[in-house]
Design a protein around this ligand. Structure first.
Ligand SMILES: Nc1ncnc2c1ncn2[C@@H]1O[C@H](COP(=O)(O)OP(=O)(O)OP(=O)(O)O)[C@@H](O)[C@H]1O
Ligand SMILES: [Mg+2]
Length: 573
């Protein structure tokens, strides 16, 4: 028979804490939220050992009296809502009265606080949820929260924390995300006394965006602001040629709360529409301001999800605002579907969008003949049997083969070739670098900077050399010789993100890096190819190990046999 027991209070609160606090970055997020809610205009975060040693948040906000301080670490104690109906119109970032007691139950914490009008501060100490002391002390007005030995009493959880630098990257992300919609608040993040992020207060939203998103984004950003009876929306969008292969630069805020929402992401993607290549995500920031009564924030323990009462209307406003913003400034992606009326005969709308064909530059290695090709998809022609008919929409190469015709996707095909060349070069030691005559200046984000300072030397193997110039600026001195006319800012930003995730030695990561390189180094759809270039591309594709698919797995070509064509025209059944 089952025996149901009520869990001891200590266990229950640790379980509840687990919902709210899962790593040092979530402590940082909760403490910053509290400082913002307390009306601070300056917040300084200090961490040690990726937050595993210390997380200290200092603000100059309202502070707490002795009684409030004692209450603040009690569960469900909040000054922000008073009754159930308030829950449906939350105006603060916090509302549950869960964060401080949760942190207190899994760490050794001290809170020092002084309201402006009081002369002395109070310092409260609590460990593993047990109050140790509260005493008077001297301190500036505002609040200082110090969290030490996170998860000291939950070894299982502590064991799951990642390396110091990984936790540090998460904290940099968290502070950046929290700071983005509050330009009027100055933020600083220090790691063991060394500043890693400094965001001075400003009355300009764009200046905050520029520090966090980098100069590349800001130089090309397209903004638009719309307002109707229901909501106000501000979008800051990077044009589609700055799209990334992951959605890590898509920031959505509802009433200045950062949220992750598949539904909003979908609306953003729809707004970009055909401007985006398949599998690409835009860089974009959205600020939605809506009557707090029309959105439910109480749906996720970490408060990162929301439900809109009228989600259709919100969806439509997002799509239309983005469409209008982009229509004003950027051309539709020229690899658009045939028949869409978009024509681009050999004239790329943005010069830097088009990569130079690789085969203008000597290939150093000759690949072996193909070794593995599934029968039905096999590359159907030796190069001498392939007769090029022409290029379709500057995107596809049409050619006649013995038993029909081929339609080759020039970007996918070239990606396969570049990918295999890179792979061979890596297997042989390293990818050859080519020094740039004039180093390319790169403005990195705080997180990217930390990654490059720690692991940048691993990039040498890929032919890439980066020098720290000062601040967030780096000089790109050498690039892989095989890649030409790449947009280095966006390429490196993707590569560095990958580098931050794991160790490059792992096969899967290496593969991913090479795929990113191939994608950036391959010619684009929309590039007008000369006959000779097409012919080189096809013969090189035939020599690759897997001519049928690009490194992402998309097909490189479609084969139509005469018998399929005849069936299509009902010549045969
Ligand atoms: N930095 C601070 N300055 C002033 N008051 C604070 C600060 N941090 C916390 N408080 C007070 O302590 C209370 C409890 O904080 P806590 O973070 O646990 O809950 P909350 O912010 O109300 O809700 P949530 O659990 O959603 O964060 C707050 O409601 C606030 O009154
Ligand atoms: Mg809070």
């Amino acid at each position: 028979m089952n025996v149901i027991r009520i869990l001891p209070e200590k266990v229950a609160s640790q379980i509840a804490a687990g919902e709210v606090i899962d790593r040092p970055a979530s402590v940082v997020r909760e403490l910053i939220d509290n400082s913002i809610d307390a009306g601070a205009d300056r917040v300084v975060v200090n961490i040690e050992k990726g937050g595993k040693g210390l997380i200290k948040v200092v603000d100059n906000g309202s502070g707490m009296s002795r009684d409030d301080l004692l209450l603040s670490v009690e569960r469900h104690a909040t000054s922000k809502i008073a009754n159930a109906s308030d829950l449906f119109s939350v105006k603060f970032l916090g509302f549950r009265g869960e964060a401080l007691p949760s942190i207190a139950s899994v760490s050794r914490m001290a809170i020092t606080s002084r309201p402006y009008e009081q002369v002395v501060a109070q310092r409260l100490r609590i460990a593993g949820g047990k109050l140790i002391a509260i005493e008077e002390t001297g301190a500036p007005s505002g609040t200082i929260v110090e969290v030490r030995a996170l998860f000291f009493n939950i070894p299982a959880r502590r064991k799951f924390l990642r390396a110091v630098r990984t936790e540090t990257y998460h904290i940099i992300d968290t502070v950046s995300r929290a700071a983005l919609p509050f330009p009027e608040i100055g933020f600083r993040l220090d790691d063991t006394g060394k500043s890693i992020l400094n965001l001075p207060a400003s009355d300009q939203q764009l200046s905050r965006i520029s520090v966090l998103m980098g100069r590349g984004f800001t130089e090309e950003v397209i903004d638009r602001h719309e307002r109707n009876d229901e909501l106000a929306i501000s979008v800051y969008l990077a044009p589609s040629h700055l799209a990334r292969s992951r959605g890590d630069r898509l920031f959505v805020y509802v009433n200045r709360r950062y949220i992750r929402d598949r539904f909003v992401t979908k609306a953003v993607m729809e707004g970009y529409g055909q401007r985006l290549m398949k599998g690409k995500y835009p860089q974009a920031i959205l600020f939605i301001e809506i009557d707090p009564a029309k959105v439910d924030v109480n749906v996720h323990p970490a408060k990162q999800e929301v439900r809109f009462h009228d989600s259709r209307a919100v969806f439509n406003v997002i799509v239309s605002t983005i469409e209008k913003a982009l229509a004003r400034s950027s051309p539709v992606f020229f690899g658009s579907r045939p028949g869409s009326g978009i024509e681009n005969h050999g004239k790329p709308q943005k010069a830097n969008y088009v990569s130079e064909p690789l085969w203008n530059f000597a290939r150093t290695t000759q690949g072996p003949r193909k070794t593995f090709v599934p029968e039905e998809d096999a590359w159907p022609g030796k190069s001498e049997d392939v007769q090029i008919l022409g290029q379709l929409g500057n995107t596809y190469i049409l050619c006649q083969v013995k038993d029909g015709f081929l339609m080759v996707d020039q970007h996918a095909a070239h990606e396969r070739i570049v990918y295999e060349d890179l792979k061979k070069a890596i297997a042989a030691g390293q990818i050859e670098g080519q020094a740039l005559l004039i180093p390319h200046e790169l403005e990195l984000t705080a997180r990217e900077k930390e990654i490059v300072l720690q692991k940048g030397n691993q990039l040498t193997r890929f032919g890439i050399e980066l020098d720290h110039f000062g601040g967030n600026t780096f000089l790109l001195r050498s690039v892989p010789a095989m890649l030409k006319d790449v947009q280095w800012n966006i390429f490196l930003s993707e590569l560095i993100t990958e580098l931050g995730e794991k160790e490059l030695e792992e096969y899967a990561v290496l593969n991913k890096v090479l795929t990113i390189m191939a994608c950036h180094g391959a010619i684009r759809a929309g590039y007008h190819m000369k006959h000779e270039e097409m012919s080189n591309l096809l013969s090189e594709l035939g020599e690759t190990d897997l001519p049928t698919n690009c490194p992402h797995g998309r097909p490189t070509f479609k084969h139509f046999t005469y018998s399929e064509i005849e069936k299509m025209f009902k010549r045969i059944v």
